[in-house]
Write a protein that binds this ligand. Sequence first.
Ligand SMILES: [Zn+2]
Length: 333
Amino acid sequence: MKFGAVAFLVLAGVNNAGAFVGSSKKAFGRSSSSVLSEKIAEELDLPCEDECALDCFPNMPPSVHPGVVTGQAQVDLLNHAKENGYAIPAVNCVSSSGINACLEAARKNDAPIIIQFSSGGSQFYGGKGLDNKNYRAAIAGAVSGAFHVRTMAEQYGVPVILHTDHCAKKLLPWVDGLIAASERYYEQHGEPLFSSHMIDLSEEPLEENLEICADYLARMSKIGMLLEMELGITGGEEDGVNNEDVPEEDLYSKPEEIYEVYKTLHPVSPMYTIAAAFGNVHGVYSPGNVRLEPDILDRGQDYISDKLGSDAPQDKKPVKFVFHGGSGSSTED
Ligand SMILES: [Zn+2]
């Protein structure tokens, strides 16, 4: 659980609202004419009667509606966060009651939220007694959780990005199963089941990391999904992955590496975010134990903008970043 610690912070936008080349607006997410027919609340005959009945969430771009947001609506929401300087918290959930608590918190704060499942959390959601051969329990658990989120996000009336957390190379069959579920969902509903997935190949050589991520990005962006890739290593321990003893230099990404990600992924699709390492560590740490270097992210943006020259976006922030882990910062920081 990482509430308050993991922030899906958008530092820089994908300056391409028309990012989904070759696709009509209808192809991704809801269009206003079909919004009611696609709501689970309508199927249940339990439509919301207050703000959650709105097609558009207050003070948000018009595409951002209550319920799970995907495709262009998701990009619009992330860009809105970047432009207005706020972060969207991502909470790892392992139960329906935990999801409901997140939705209630979002409702009380009139705020969007990211709800996500780890591989272990997905398996737990399905029940630890279920056979997890080929990650089938983790796939079924995450899909079950996704339908719970989709149903209840509409009842609570808040925009939700439905995401999954770290997926190392050996866990790729888990995400494969989830993308397949999204592809089937897309056939019926014109949008993916999940908003996005994270693929964490930071333990592999950069070239392999990028090659595999580019393949996934091509597949996912076709149905309006966003890919979060990890560059460098988040320290600490989470979901059985222990990085407590990695060399300190591996906790800090280099601008050249961030540029490599841009060069490889951007031509495929702008539907990606980068979890770059800037000293962040998973877990709860008291101030003084973690040395954060957020300037690394800024330098990465500058580096890419310099390389792009006149092609650089106006805000000089060509990529989006995701923050993982606890800050270890005091309130004075
Ligand atoms: Zn993480």
